[in-house]
Each structure stands twice: as C-alpha cells, then as structure tokens.
Write a protein that binds this ligand. Sequence first.
Ligand SMILES: Nc1nc2c(ncn2[C@@H]2O[C@H](COP(=O)(O)OP(=O)(O)OP(=O)(O)O)[C@@H](O)[C@H]2O)c(=O)[nH]1
Ligand SMILES: [Mg+2]
Length: 466
Amino acid sequence: MSDSSPVPLRAAVVAVQLPGVDDQAFAASIAELRRLGRTLGVNVVATVTQRRKTLHPAALFGSGKLAQLQALTGRTAAELAGEDGEESPELDASADDAGDDDGGEIDDPRIEGAEAGALAAPIEAVLVDHDISPSQARNLEKATGVEVLDRTAVILEIFRRHARSRAAKAQVEIVRLQYMVPRLREQGKGKDRQRGGIGGKGAGESSLELDRRKIRDRIAELTKELEAMAEEQRTQRARRHDMSRVALVGYTNAGKSTLMRALTGSEVLVADRLFATLDTTVRPLVPATRPRVLLSDTVGFIDKLPHGLVNSFKSTLDEALEAGLLLQVVDASDPNFERQLQVTTEVLAEIGAGDVPRLLLFNKIDRVGSPEAEEAATRALTERWPEAMVLSARRPDDVAQLHKRLVSFFNRDLVEGKVHVPYDRQQLRGEIFASCEVLEESYDDAGVIFRVRARPELLERLQATP
Ligand SMILES: Nc1nc2c(ncn2[C@@H]2O[C@H](COP(=O)(O)OP(=O)(O)OP(=O)(O)O)[C@@H](O)[C@H]2O)c(=O)[nH]1
Ligand SMILES: [Mg+2]
C-alpha cells in the first residue's frame, strides 16, 4: 500500500459503550471521532459498537462483534488467523466473556453511504474511540489485519500534521515519542510492517530502528530546545505584562480564530476542521483602544484530550493563564455544546486557569435555524447563563458589542495619575501613548507631564522610572 495515495483510506470506527455513558454522549463521541478521522483524510464507512461492562484488558470486543468487524475487512477469521500463523488472541480472550455479547442491545455495523447491505470495498483501518493499551491494539491488529489507531493516536497525528511553529512541532513530537515507547516492544516482537497508512509510520521509517534509548535521547533533546523557546516566550510575555490581555479559549472548532480575525483584523487561519490552530497568536484589538488590549488565539480543547498534550501545550497555554480575562467560546449550534463547555472548564482548571475572570461566549447563534429558533435558543441560554454573551462571529454588530464589552471590562481597572517624563527620556513617550489613555499633556522646565488613565501596575512602573 502506498502512503501517498490520494484516495481516502476506508476505516471502521469501533467503540464500546460502558455503563454510565448515556446514548447521546456515546453517539456524540463516535461522531467526533469520525470528524477527527475526516480531518486526516480517513473515510469512516462503518461503525461497530458493543455494550460491555468493562474494557477487557486484552480483547476490546466479544467474539461475535469481532467477527462482524473482521467481515468488514473482507476476510474470514480463518484467513486472518492463517495469515499470522497463529490463532487470534482477540478471539481466545473473548471466550471468557462471550456472554457479554448478548448482554446488551447490539447495533449491527452501520454502513454509511448509499449502498446499504454491504460495503463496496473492505476497510483498511480501524479507529477505536478509546485509549487502548498496546496489547489491545496489537490484538485488534492481528485479528483484523489492518492498521488500528486509538483516539490518542488519531489526535496526535492531527497535531503532527497541523503543527507549524518550531515550538508546536517539538511539543507534538515529544508526546508522540512518549506514546511510542511502550508500543515499541509490541511492534518489535512481530514482523515490522513497512506499510503506509495514517499513523506516520510509513516513509521507510521502521519502529525497530528507533530503540527506546534513542527515543529517550530525542525527547531530552527536544525538551531542552523547548525550554529555550519557553524562555524566549517568557521574555516576550513579560514585556506584555502590564498590558490588558484577553485569551480566547474553548473547544476545537468553536470559532476562536474567527473571533480573533473579527476583533483584531488579523489573518489567522480559520478552517472548518478540528485543531486548525495549534500556535498562539497575539494581536491588539482593532479598532485600536487606549490603552491597548491584546487578544490571543490558541489551541482548542477536546474531550479525552491526551494527557501528555495538555502538559506539553502548557507553555502555549500560559498565555491564557496570564490573561486578565478569558473568552470561553462555545459553539451554541452544536447539539453537544454542554459537554464541550464542561470539558473546556475542566481543562482550564487542570492548567491552573480556573480563577482567571471569564466571559462565556455562545457563538454561531446564526446557525441554530430560523429567527424564531434563534430567539428561543438565545432566551434559553441567557436564562441559564445570565452573564454570558450570545453572538455570531459573522455578524459585525455582535463583534462590535463584544469589542465594547472588552474595553469596558478593562476600563473598570484603570486609574488616573500623572507621569513626569524628563526631556532626555522622550523614548518613554511612545510607550505611554501605546499603553495609556493620555488625557492631558503639559510642560514644565524639566519635561512633559502626562495626565493618563492606565492600569495601576503600569502607572506605578511609569512613575517609578527615573
Ligand atoms: N455560521 C457560523 N460559523 C462560524 C462562526 N464562527 C466560526 N464559524 C465557522 O466555524 C469553523 C471553525 O472556526 P474557527 O474559527 O477556525 O474555530 P476555532 O475555534 O479556531 O477552531 P480550532 O482552531 O480548530 O480550535 C469555520 O468554518 C468558521 O467559519 C459563526 O459565528 N457562525
Ligand atoms: Mg483556531
């Protein structure tokens, strides 16, 4: 199989519905994995689900379900077992809990697309909507004979493809390598399959060649590189320390970058795909305000975000931590928005941004439907979240109103005072005009006296400057 094939890979999504996961949440999670797959150019043509009490450590599915999945690969269990010269461990392991197969209601594999009844062509990959262990993945690969990616692997691959800056690339690379370490032995034991596919293992790169020590060295090297970059970023942030800063945060695809564009006139990337933005961008509000308000756009969140990714993007997310205000953007047109809001709130707490003042923005209200539906949705949202703003990033009036609200938020903190700038220190003049609202300018023998409105910390610093 060539890894540069322009034809989308055909895949099946598999998921186990565990107790405590309701139908809606289960369906939403699967739908999200399909979207993640599409972002990688993977066409999900079937979904195989099963209810089980727990995730079995070795076998994800019971034998009946596994047979259905195997059928989608266009080969029989016997063929698949014969190919590997041994019995499928997935089938063995599922013998003890075969009863589970009948334990709950089971979907038949859903065939997507027009031709119901049978798949037009066999699947070439399996996407699992869980984080599975290396042995679960290995067993499933053996049983199906196709590439298996769990949710983490799918997200990591998207991050790898979308990373642009040196820092983002290094961050993703570290997490990917960490993900690979426990899986190396598994792959090393069997024959190394030099096939192309989704997981970035193609292009002649053999996982055997990369032994663990080499990987650890590489991780250490990347970590050092990142630390140097973080230092640089810290210096840059320190320079913005006295300024009014707002950070856009929220679920992936909520419309953060669209709002960034609308509020700052910048050309950041907007795309209808998951994790379009991985790098942080900082721009001043436009129309310009005095003092300046800086807005930052950054990576989005997702349910079951791989833990390493949250950690590795922490320095990127520091921008959010240091902001005076977070704009928590929610896609109000997504049926699953409440869960997305919850996930975002949890991640914010996890990175230590739980206490930063926050303004909830229910975005994409233009997408909910008719004017009546929109009105009803707006009413319901404001009833439940009275402090929130309901808006559409595509409506200039809404954006103007948000702009106003940001300005008045920071205005509340401003204090009035005088700054004396000696004639030989006129370089301060530029900084004062950029960072303060200048109310009056007068002169004495020694220099210029500015009467300004500014953030208290800034005013103190300016007044202390000799
Ligand atoms: N109808 C409508 N579409 C919107 C609105 N805001 C954003 N979109 C669309 O939603 C999609 C995602 O928007 P982005 O701004 O890229 O979303 P994001 O939050 O930056 O997403 P990530 O960078 O992936 O985390 C794009 O296709 C936008 O055009 C809105 O208010 N109304
Ligand atoms: Mg974005």
